[in-house]
Design a protein around this ligand. Structure first.
Ligand code: IVH
Length: 705
C-alpha cells in the first residue's frame, strides 16, 4: 500500500478522491470475500480501510457517499427470504363498490353458468381482512412451509416466522396429506396501539397502520422479533390439496375451524344478492367494534363445483368479488390543475391539492380524468355533480377507494371566490407544444407529437421496463427519467447497449449519477442482460401499443406462438385485408379497432425501425398455449357456432382456452375443429367445404373429457 496522507491533512478535494478509492477497494474486497469466496486482502487490512473511511467521513460529514461502506454490515448481506413458487397461484379479487356492481356480479355468473334467475345460487359473505395473505402448506399434518403472496406466483418463505403465531398450528390431524391453507395475517387495534407505544418508547419509528405493522412484523429476518409481535391469522381458503376436502366454501370454513384454525365468525351463507347486501350492511355497522381492520366484504360462490366451472380470469377468480366499503372523505383546496402526458399521448389532468389526510394517508393530488369530468359531464355527456365544474381555488371533497389514486367526489361552489374562472383545457401539449386533438367520440385529448414528445417517449420507456413488461431490476421510473434526460436511453434498444456505451471501462460515467456505485451499476448491467431473453407475450405488452394490455398480449402470443409468426402476420396484414388480417380479427378478444392499431403500429416507419432495432438484442421465447396434461385440444384452433345446449358460449370458450385451445370467431383453412350446435349455418357449411372437422356439442364435450 502506498504511503497515505494523514486524514487530518486532507483537503476537501483530496477527501472526495480518497473516499471514492476506499469505497472501491472495499467493494472489490467484498466481492472477493463474499461472492467468490476468495479473499484478496487480510481482515486486518480490511478493517484499516474501514477505519480510515470512517475517520474521513467524521471529518467531512457532507462528503459521505450514498454507497458508503460504513453503512454496510460486515457479515454477508442477507439476501432476505428464499423464494417459494406457489403450487396454486395466489390470486387477487375483483372489486364491487356499489349495489349495482353486486347485482352485475351475480348476473355475470348466472350468464356464464346458464343458471336461470328463478334458480337459487348460493354465496358466502365474509369480512375482507385488511392484512397480508399467507399460504400454509402442511404435509402429513406437519407445517412444512409458510409463504407470503409475493407477486401471486412466487412468494417469500417465512416458515419460522409463521410458526410463532398462536393461530397457526404446527401440526394438524385429520387433513389431507398435502394441504395448503390460505388466510390473512393481521394485527388487532389494541395490539397495534401497544406496539406503537413501545416503538416510541424505544425511539423506533411507529407504524402507519395495523396492516403495515403486520407486514413488517411477519417479514422479519429474525423470527424472535416476529414472535414478540402479536400477530393473528384468519383462515379462509385452500391452495393445493391432495384429496377432496369439502363440497362448499361454507364447508371449507367449517372444517378449517374444526382442524384448529381461526375462521371469521361473521362468515355467512346468502341465497341472493339482496342477502349479500344485507349482510354487508350488518358487517359495515359492526365495523368499528370488531377490533381489527376490514376494508369490505368478500362474496364467494358457495358450491365448489360451480367455482371450478367458473374458473379464473388472468388474475382474479370469476366466482368471487370484494365489495369494498365506501372510502373516507376529506375537504381540501385545489391549488392547481396540471396536465400529464401519458405514453399514448393522452392528456390527463391532475388536481394538485393542499395536502390533507384521508384514511391515514396524506393526499396531495387527485385524478381529474379528462376535460368533460372537470366541466361536470361524464363521457356520455350526462351531467355529474349536478353539473358543478371544478376550478383552481375550489374547495373539494376527496376520497380514496382501496389503493387507487384519490378522486374528487364533489365541489363546494358555496365557498367559491367571486372572481373564479372555469378551467380552460389546453389545446396544445404542455410538454412538446404539438397540437392536442380530441377526436370525435373520444373522451381524451391526445398530443399529436408522437416520439418527438418527450413525455410520451419517457412514459413509453417506463412502461417498457414495468413489472409486467421487461421488469428490469434496478431500472425503474426514476432511473429511466434520469437516463432519458442525459440522452443515454431514448429508445428501448438503448437499454441493451448501455453496458457497451457506459459500462465496464466507462462505469465512472454512471457512478457520477447520484445513487450509483460500482456494485449497483454492475448489478444493473447483469439484470439487463438476463432480460435479453424475454417471452413473446411480455415483449408484445412492453411495446405499449394502444389497446393492447397484458391479457391481450397473452392472447396474441398464444395464438402466434413465435415472434417470427407474429411479425410476419402483422406485416402481411398491413393493407387491412387478406387472410392474416382476417385471422387477426377473428381472434377472440381482438376487435377491429385493436387489430387496426396493431397492424398500423407494425407498419409505421419510425415505430417499425425502433422495433427492429430492439429485437436484434433479444432472444424472444415462444409462448405455447398452456399444455394441459391429457388435453386433446391443446394448440388447436376451435370455432363455436350455432346454439350450445349444455353450457353457455362464454363457458365453452373459457373451458376450451383453459385446455390450451385457441378459440376463433371465423372458419378458415387453419381451423382445426368447428363445434356446431343446432341452427349453425354458414360457418358449418364453410367448414365442410374446407374439410375441417365438425363436432356436435356432445362430441366436443366427450373430446375434452
Ligand atoms: S379470498 C382467489 N377471502 O384480499 C381469491 N381474500 O384482494 C382468494 N383477503 O389477496 C382470496 N380477506 O389477501 C379472500 N375473506 C377473504 C379475505 C381475502 C382478505 C385478501 C387476500 C387477497 C386480497 C384480494
Amino acid at each position: 500500500m502506498a504511503a497515505q496522507t494523514e486524514v487530518g491533512l486532507l483537503n476537501k478535494q483530496q477527501a472526495i478522491v480518497e473516499l471514492e478509492r476506499l469505497a472501491k477497494a472495499m467493494a472489490q474486497a467484498d466481492i472477493a470475500y463474499h461472492r467468490n469466496d476468495a479473499p484478496e486482502i487480510s481482515d486486518a487490512e480490511y478493517d484499516a480501510l474501514k477505519k480510515r473511511n470512517l475517520e474521513i467521513e467524521t471529518l467531512f460529514p457532507t462528503l459521505k457517499r450514498t454507497d458508503s461502506p460504513s453503512d454496510k454490515v460486515g457479515a454477508p448481506v442477507s439476501s432476505g427470504f428464499s423464494k417459494v413458487k406457489h403450487a396454486v397461484a395466489m390470486m387477487s379479487l375483483g372489486n364491487a363498490f356499489t349495489d349495482d356492481d353486486v347485482i352485475e356480479f351475480d348476473t355475470r355468473i348466472r350468464k356464464f353458468l346458464g343458471v336461470a334467475d328463478t334458480q337459487v345460487l348460493e354465496y358466502t359473505a365474509e369480512p375482507k381482512i385488511d392484512g397480508l395473505s399467507l399460504s400454509l402448506r402442511y404435509e402429513e399434518g406437519k407445517l412444512v412451509q409458510a409463504a407470503t403472496r409475493g407477486d401471486g406466483e412466487v412468494g417469500e418463505n417465512v416458515t419460522p416466522n409463521a410458526l410463532t403465531l398462536r393461530d397457526i398450528p404446527a401440526t394438524i390431524t385429520g387433513a389431507p396429506d398435502v394441504f395448503e391453507v390460505r388466510g390473512e395475517v393481521y394485527m388487532s387495534h389494541a395490539d397495534f396501539a401497544a406496539l406503537n407505544e413501545n416503538q416510541l418508547a424505544i425511539d423506533a419509528k411507529p407504524f402507519a397502520n395495523p396492516r403495515n405493522a403486520a407486514a413488517g412484523s411477519l417479514r422479519q429476518l429474525d423470527s424472535e422479533i416476529t414472535k414478540s409481535r402479536p400477530l393473528r391469522f384468519f383462515a379462509y381458503a385452500l391452495g393445493e390439496v391432495s384429496e377432496h376436502f369439502s363440497d362448499t366454501q361454507a364447508g371449507i370454513i367449517q372444517r378449517l375451524s374444526s382442524l384448529g384454525f381461526s375462521t371469521n365468525p361473521l362468515t355467512q351463507r346468502c341465497a341472493a344478492p339482496s342477502e349479500l347486501m344485507e349482510h354487508y350492511s350488518k358487517i359495515e355497522q359492526d365495523r368499528a367494534t370488531l377490533g381489527y381492520d376490514i376494508d369490505g366484504v368478500v362474496y364467494k360462490v358457495n358450491d365448489l363445483a360451480l367455482q371450478a366451472r367458473l374458473g379464473f380470469r388472468t388474475n382474479t377468480p370469476r366466482w368471487a368479488i370484494a365489495h369494498k366499503f365506501p372510502a373516507e372523505l376529506a375537504q381540501t383546496i385545489v391549488e392547481d390543475i396540471e396536465i400529464q402526458v401519458g405514453r399514448t399521448g393522452a392528456l390527463s389532468p391532475v388536481a394538485r391539492l393542499k395536502p390533507v389526510t384521508v384514511g391515514g394517508v396524506v393526499v396531495s393530488n387527485a385524478t381529474l380524468h379528462n376535460e368533460d369530468y372537470i366541466a361536470g359531464r361524464d363521457s356520455f355527456g350526462k351531467t355529474i355533480r349536478e353539473g358543478r365544474d371544478i376550478r383552481i381555488g375550489d374547495w373539494v371533497t376527496v376520497y380514496r377507494a382501496g389503493d387507487v389514486i384519490p378522486k374528487i367526489k364533489d365541489v363546494d361552489v358555496g365557498r367559491r371566490e367571486d372572481n373564479s374562472q372555469p378551467y380552460v383545457f389546453p389545446s396544445i401539449c404542455p410538454e412538446c407544444g404539438s397540437d392536442a386533438i380530441r377526436e370525435e367520440g373520444e373522451a381524451v385529448a391526445r398530443c399529436t407529437g408522437g416520439l418527438i414528445c418527450p413525455a410520451q417517449a419517457v412514459e413509453k420507456l417506463k412502461h417498457f421496463v414495468s413489472k409486467a413488461a421487461f421488469d428490469i431490476d434496478g431500472l425503474g421510473a426514476k432511473q429511466i427519467e434520469a437516463f432519458y434526460l442525459d440522452g443515454w436511453v431514448t429508445a428501448p434498444a438503448d437499454i441493451f447497449t448501455l453496458n457497451e456505451r457506459i459500462g465496464s471501462g466507462n462505469i465512472q460515467q454512471l457512478k457520477n449519477f447520484e445513487g450509483w456505485g460500482e456494485k449497483s451499476a454492475q448489478k444493473l448491467f447483469d439484470a439487463i442482460s438476463t432480460k435479453q431473453q424475454i417471452s413473446l407475450n411480455r415483449l408484445i405488452f412492453a411495446l405499449g401499443i394502444r389497446h393492447v394490455g397484458e391479457s391481450t398480449a397473452m392472447t396474441l402470443a398464444r395464438h402466434y406462438s413465435s415472434w417470427s409468426a407474429f411479425n410476419d402476420a402483422m406485416e402481411n396484414a398491413r393493407d387491412h385485408s387478406g387472410s392474416d388480417w382476417e385471422t387477426l380479427n377473428a381472434i377472440d378478444g381482438v376487435g377491429g379497432v385493436m387489430a387496426a392499431t396493431l397492424v398500423d403500429y407494425f407498419h409505421e416507419a419510425k415505430a417499425r425501425a425502433a422495433l427492429l432495432n430492439l429485437v436484434r438484442h433479444l432472444i424472444i421465447t415462444d409462448v405455447e398455449a398452456p399444455t394441459v396434461e391429457g388435453s386433446m385440444v391443446a394448440g388447436k384452433i376451435v370455432v363455436f357456432t350455432g346454439t350450445l345446449e349444455k353450457v353457455t358460449r362464454v363457458e365453452a370458450k373459457a373451458k376450451a382456452e383453459s385446455m390450451g385451445a385457441k378459440v376463433s370467431g371465423s372458419v378458415s383453412a387453419k381451423t382445426d375443429i368447428v363445434v356446431a350446435g343446432p341452427g349453425a349455418g354458414s360457418k358449418r357449411k364453410k367448414a365442410e367445404e374446407l374439410g375441417v372437422k365438425v363436432l356436435s356439442e356432445d362430441e366436443w364435450l366427450e373430446l375434452i373429457g
